[in-house]
Design a protein around this ligand. Structure first.
Ligand SMILES: C[S@@+](CC[C@H](N)C(=O)[O-])C[C@H]1O[C@@H](n2cnc3c(N)ncnc32)[C@H](O)[C@@H]1O
Length: 256
């Protein structure tokens, strides 16, 4: 009993430190773990409430990863997961992975035609996660965040279902470089209407924050301002929804 309690305390403090450690990624739930492994993360440990239940999840959702996950899995003390995470993941799994070092300037320099998404001071962690998830699904060149939250925060990882490992995700600590070798397209409800397939190759697509929209500096630097046409009376779309519309309007128009 004493051993179980002390190992629970050790886990709580380890995961508390890991949540603030820029070298680690805390993966809450099964889907973040699955995607992390599919996109070649180094997963350090997998804690589960029930090994049999985890085995069933693997069979149902990721048979390709079952052996790897079960080899990493160890049973957490009863009730510990609810104390390790702010909200207990319903799948009963929490994992730790190494966080890759991502150079935002390398993401901007990527030669592929794929766009890169720039989020200008986004405020909502779940929204940032949803942006990363859809950017990964659309095979974008990366997601960069101008200021504010750590885009690798565990709540962002949860919202992204762990798809951070599928593309570069990073903060731009010093803002946009003075010389930008990509066309800068500002997404702004007051811009010219978006036509699918009309965006330039390698665009840097800038989206504003939830409450105040795009900052003046980015608007002034943009080569184009583009709006997603909406029904009269609607002022804007949700941030992640607008990222999804733009990326997939472009992808569907250009993928033949
Ligand atoms: C929730 S909106 C911000 C709303 C803010 N009150 C404003 O006035 O811009 C967050 C971001 O999503 C993008 N967005 C939302 N709806 C859009 C639309 N219809 N056209 C272009 N961008 C849009 C913009 O980049 C915007 O800054």
């Amino acid at each position: 009993m004493i051993a179980a309690v002390s190992s629970e305390q050790a886990l709580i403090s380890r995961y508390g430190r890991a949540r603030r450690d820029e070298g680690l990624a805390v993966l809450e739930g099964f889907h973040p773990l699955k995607h992390a492994l599919r996109f070649e993360a180094t997963v350090l440990e997998v804690l589960c409430e029930d090994r049999q239940a985890l085995e069933v999840l693997c069979e149902q959702l990721a048979p390709d990863l079952e052996q790897e996950i079960m080899a990493l899995a160890r049973q957490a003390p009863r009730g510990a997961l609810a104390k390790i995470a702010p909200t207990r993941p319903p799948t009963g799994v929490i994992s730790l992975a190494e966080r890759p070092r991502v150079d935002p300037l390398a993401a901007l320099a990527d030669a592929r035609a794929a766009p890169v998404v720039l989020l200008d001071d986004p405020r909502d962690l779940g929204n940032i996660g949803a942006c990363v998830r859809v950017a990964a699904a659309a095979d974008a060149g990366g997601v960069l965040v101008s200021a504010g939250h750590d885009p690798w925060h565990p709540d962002v990882l949860r919202g992204a279902a762990g798809l951070h490992f599928a593309l570069p995700v990073a903060r731009l600590p010093a803002g946009l470089p003075a010389r930008l070798e990509r066309p800068l397209v500002a997404l702004d409800p007051d811009g010219e209407p978006l036509r699918a397939g009309s965006l330039p190759a390698r665009a840097l697509l800038a989206f504003g924050s939830e409450r105040r929209g795009l900052g003046e500096e980015l608007l002034a630097r943009a080569d184009r301002r583009v709006a997603i046409p909406m029904r009269a009376g609607v002022s804007s779309l949700n941030l992640a929804t607008s990222v999804a519309v733009v990326l997939f309007a472009e992808r569907l128009a250009t993928s033949g």
